[in-house]
Design a protein around this ligand. Structure first.
Ligand SMILES: NC(=O)c1ccc[n+]([C@@H]2O[C@H](COP(=O)([O-])OP(=O)(O)OC[C@H]3O[C@@H](n4cnc5c(N)ncnc54)[C@H](OP(=O)(O)O)[C@@H]3O)[C@@H](O)[C@H]2O)c1
Length: 329
């Protein structure tokens, strides 16, 4: 029996990973790791251990759910112990030796790993689940996207900011720069000299790698909204070829991991509340951009639970593929 460790098991993503292991019927011994603060806590019948240099001895796979600095510190220990790591932080996503994988899109990239596979950014996963069929059919050239990102994207501290502010509007924010209850904040990450945030660069940089489209251009505005778990995204994509909406809609309707909710006459479209606590990405509000007479540009709205498909479920799907490959080797 293989041993699977979750590093960061007490966080928003780590806790969800434990549930996803059960849901996806992954068999193995499970070890939960976090900081010294959490040692001895019980989660799902397992006792959390402090993450130390020796934690990975005897471990086969690690699901990483810590911030970048912590991840960079423990990664050499996991490598020394010979583990294969599926990591959720952004520490290794753009490393050319590290596959960046959304299983429905580029599962074949997993085989090129050298001990680390990275899980993409949550908004990037959700956007690409909605866009990859369009890219296959008509070759996407550029994307303009506005995200509406849930508080859970900032981990347990983000969730507790909203909880506290809903009880007391004067509570001091901890995860966010401003009050998030009854508000939206057009900043996620730090700004660069062009006024673009680190979060906004991820969709272009990671999208290029996942879609194998090195010239893809993305103009993204990331906004934090007072929603618990699911991110929403308003996307306009320009393709190199004219788009047949019926052909694309049919492909989306058959696409693994996607629900086409696109019936405006009956007021049916994706909403974050409907995608909460499940793994499918909902896509709808599909229409041509009326400013493009060549019909190469379309707009859509999509939503997905970012702790699940945007993080934990996607990582556990990658782990399942790794374990399957090993069995069949
Ligand atoms: N939230 C999301 O949905 C999401 C989506 C995509 C990617 N990610 C990425 O996934 C990672 C985890 O995010 P999260 O939202 O789950 O964060 P979180 O809720 O803040 O959890 C962080 C985890 O890291 C652990 N940790 C902190 N310092 C540690 C140390 N010195 N040694 C060992 N463990 C330590 C914490 O343990 P303690 O409880 O003991 O402090 C906790 O288990 C981040 O890199 C994030 O960017 C998150």
């Amino acid at each position: 029996m293989k041993t699977i460790a979750i590093a960061g098991a007490t966080g928003a993503v780590g806790r969800q990973m434990l549930e996803c292991l059960k849901e996806q019927n992954i068999e193995g011994n499970v070890k939960l790791l976090a900081s010294a603060r959490s040692a001895g806590k019980e989660i799902g019948g397992y006792v959390v251990e402090e993450l130390t240099e020796d934690s990975f001895n005897g471990v086969d796979y690690v699901l990483g759910a810590c911030e970048n600095d912590v991840t960079k510190k423990w990664m050499p220990w996991a490598q020394k112990a010979g583990c294969v790591v599926v990591d959720n932080s952004s520490a290794f996503r753009l490393d050319p030796n590290v596959p960046l994988v959304v299983p429905e899109i580029n599962a074949a990239d997993i085989k090129d790993h050298h001990g680390i596979i990275a899980n993409p950014n949550c908004s990037t996963i959700i956007a690409l689940m909605a866009l990859h069929d369009l890219d296959d059919l008509y070759d996407i050239e550029s994307v303009i996207c506005t995200t509406f990102q849930a508080v859970s994207g900032a981990g347990v501290k983000g969730i507790s900011d909203l909880e506290r502010e809903l009880k007391d509007e004067n509570a001091a924010p901890e995860a966010f720069a401003y009050q998030i209850a009854f508000n939206v904040i057009p900043q996620i990450g730090g700004f660069d000299e062009n006024g673009i945030t680190s979060e906004e660069w991820k969709m272009q940089n990671e999208g290029r790698k996942i879609l194998h489209s090195p010239e893809l251009n993305v103009n993204c505005t990331c906004v934090r909204v007072p929603v618990w778990r699911s991110h929403s995204e308003s996307i306009t994509a320009k393709c190199k070829k004219p788009i047949d909406l019926d052909v694309w809609r049919k492909k989306l309707a058959d696409s693994a991991g996607v629900v086409l909710r696109d019936d405006p006459k009956n007021n049916l479209y994706p909403m974050p509340i409907d995608t909460t606590n499940q793994d499918k990405v909902f896509v709808g509000r599909i229409r041509y951009d009326q400013a493009d007479p060549e019909q190469k540009t379309v707009s859509l709205f999509c939503c997905g639970d970012q702790i699940r498909k945007g993080a934990a479920s996607n990582a556990v799907q990658i782990l399942a593929l790794l374990m399957k490959d090993e069995k069949s080797a």
